[in-house]
Ligand binder design. Structure first.
Ligand SMILES: NC(=O)c1ccc[n+]([C@@H]2O[C@H](COP(=O)([O-])OP(=O)(O)OC[C@H]3O[C@@H](n4cnc5c(N)ncnc54)[C@H](O)[C@@H]3O)[C@@H](O)[C@H]2O)c1
Length: 388
C-alpha cells in the first residue's frame, strides 16, 4: 500500500469510527502528503526527558501538547522543548489542541485507563510498557482501537536493533541448528524516584523483564506455557515522591517459558541486582542474552535495549566471532518516533501490538504460577518471525 492509499484507508476507517463513536467529533486524521504526526505526550517525568529530544529530531513529528497531573512538570517540559500547549489533566488535553498520537509516559498502573480514554477520543497510541495492567484489559484496548479505526503499540523497541535482526536471521537460516535453550537477564537496584515501580501492578517484570521477554519471544516465537517464581526481597524502600513505602509488587523474578518451537527459555529480572553500570547501562559489555542449539551458540553483547554486538560460534566456525557491531540509528527511546514514521509513511513497524499482549499474558502467567505453584498455559500468539 502506498502512502496515498494508506491515508485514504485510514480516512475511511476514521469516517466509520465517527459514525459509531459518541465522541467522534474529536476524531480527526490530518495526514496529508508530508504532514507530520501531531503528538500529545502524557506523563512528563523521568523518561519524557529522554523521549522528547528524540521526538523533536524526527521529521515526521510535531509535538503539540504535554500533560501531567503535576502541572509544574508539564510546564517545565513545554518551556524546555518549546511545546505550545500544556494541560494538568487528560480530559483537558483531549478537549484541547488536536493531535493524532498520544504518547503515554505515565505510571505503569495508569497506562490502561488513560489509553482507553485516548482511544475513545480518536487517538492512536504509543504506550510505555505495559500498555495495560492485564492481558484482558490489553485485548479490550486493541478491540476498541480496531473499532475506532485506530492503532495502538507498546514499548519496548528492542526488536528494532540491528543486533536483534542479526540474531533472528541466524536462527531463521538454521545457523544454530535446532535451538534448545536460551537465557536472558536484566536488573539493577531499582528506581529511586517514584513509588509506582513498587506498588501493586508495578514490579520488575513489567518494568525490566519485559525487555528480555520481548527479545526471547521475538527470537524463538510464541510461548505455550510458563512456570515462574517471584518474590519480594526488599520489603521496604525509600523513594523521592512518597518517602518510605511498603513494596507490594515482585522485585525478584525468574520465569521459565516453553516455546511452541520446543525451545525452553529463562528470564531473570529484579530490583536487587548489583549494578556496576548505573541506570544508563554505561560500560555494560557482557552477554545478557544467550541461545544454544544443536549446531551453534550465540550471545547478545550489552543489554538488549542497548546492544552493540553479537558473538557466535557454530559447527562451521567453532572459535567465537563478533558480528553486528554497528548500532546504526537504533536507540531504545525511538519507539514513538518510529511509530510516527510508520503512521506518516503507511508501513507496518516491527513492533507489534499482539506481541506486546503476549508479553502481558506471560507476565500475568508468571505471577499466577508463583501464586499457585502450577504451570500456566497461554492462549495468545503473535505474528512470527518478527524479522524475516
Ligand atoms: N525512567 C526511565 O528511564 C524509563 C525508561 C524506559 C521506560 N520507562 C517507563 O516510562 C514510564 C514512566 O516512567 P518514569 O520513570 O518517567 O516515571 P516518573 O514517575 O518519572 O514519571 C511519570 C509521570 O507521569 C505522571 N502521571 C501519572 N499519572 C498521570 C495521569 N493520570 N495523568 C497525567 N500524568 C500522570 C506523573 O505525575 C509523573 O510526572 C513507566 O512505564 C516506565 O516503566 C522509564
Amino acid at each position: 500500500m502506498n502512502r496515498k492509499e494508506f491515508i485514504t484507508n485510514v480516512a475511511m476507517a476514521g469516517t466509520a469510527a465517527m459514525m459509531i463513536s459518541s465522541l467522534a467529533k474529536a476524531y480527526s486524521f490530518a495526514f496529508g502528503p508530508d504532514a507530520k504526526i501531531k503528538i500529545g505526550i502524557i506523563g512528563c517525568g523521568s523518561v519524557s526527558g529522554v523521549y522528547l529530544p528524540h521526538l523533536m529530531n524526527s521529521s515526521f513529528v510535531e509535538v503539540v501538547s504535554v500533560c501531567d497531573i503535576k502541572p509544574e512538570r508539564a510546564k517545565a517540559r513545554a518551556e524546555q522543548f518549546n511545546i505550545p500547549n500544556q494541560y494538568p489533566h487528560i480530559d483537558q488535553m483531549m478537549a484541547g489542541a488536536d493531535f493524532n498520537l498520544m504518547v503515554n509516559l505515565t505510571d505503569m498502573q495508569e497506562h490502561g485507563r488513560l489509553n482507553k480514554i485516548a482511544i475513545i477520543n480518536g487517538k492512536n497510541i504509543w504506550s510505555e510498557k505495559p500498555l495495560a495492567n492485564t492481558y484482558k484489559e490489553g485485548l479490550d484496548l486493541l478491540q476498541s482501537a480496531k473499532q475506532h479505526g485506530l492503532k495502538i503499540w507498546g514499548a519496548p523497541a528492542v526488536v528494532n536493533s540491528p543486533q536483534f535482526a542479526f540474531m533472528a536471521r541466524q536462527i531463521n537460516e538454521g545457523k544454530l541448528g535446532k535451538v534448545a535453550a536460551a537465557h536472558a537477564h536484566y536488573g539493577h537496584l531499582g528506581p529511586h524516584w517514584s513509588a509506582f515501580f513498587y506498588e501493586e501492578l508495578g514490579g520488575s517484570l513489567p518494568d525490566l523483564g519485559v525487555y528480555n521477554l520481548t527479545t526471547l519471544t521475538g527470537l524463538l516465537g510464541p510461548v505455550r506455557s510458563v512456570v515462574a517464581m517471584t518474590n519480594i526481597l526488599t520489603p521496604e524502600r525509600t523513594v523521592e515522591d512518597k518517602g518510605t513505602i511498603k513494596v507490594e509488587a515482585e522485585d525478584n523474578a525468574s520465569v521459565l517459558m516453553e516455546h511452541y518451537s520446543g525451545a525452553i527459555s529463562h528470564v531473570m529480572c529484579g530490583f536487587n541486582y548489583f549494578d556496576p553500570y548505573g541506570h544508563q547501562g554505561t560500560g555494560q559489555d557482557k552477554p545478557t542474552v544467550s541461545l544454544v542449539g544443536t549446531k551453534g551458540a550465540m550471545h547478545l553483547i550489552g543489554y538488549d535495549w542497548m546492544p552493540f554486538a553479537v558473538e557466535m560460534a557454530t559447527t562451521d566456525h567453532e572459535e567465537p566471532q563478533r558480528f553486528s557491531t554497528d548500532p546504526g540509528s537504533y536507540v531504545w527511546q525511538q519507539g514513538a518516533s518510529v511509530i510516527s514514521e510508520s503512521l506518516a509513511e503507511g508501513f507496518e513497524p516491527l513492533i507489534n501490538v499482539e506481541h506486546s499482549l503476549h508479553i502481558l499474558e506471560i507476565i500475568e502467567a508468571a505471577r499466577e504460577s508463583q501464586k499457585n505453584g502450577k504451570r500456566i498455559p497461554l492462549e495468545s500468539k503473535f505474528p512470527y518471525p518478527v524479522v524475516k
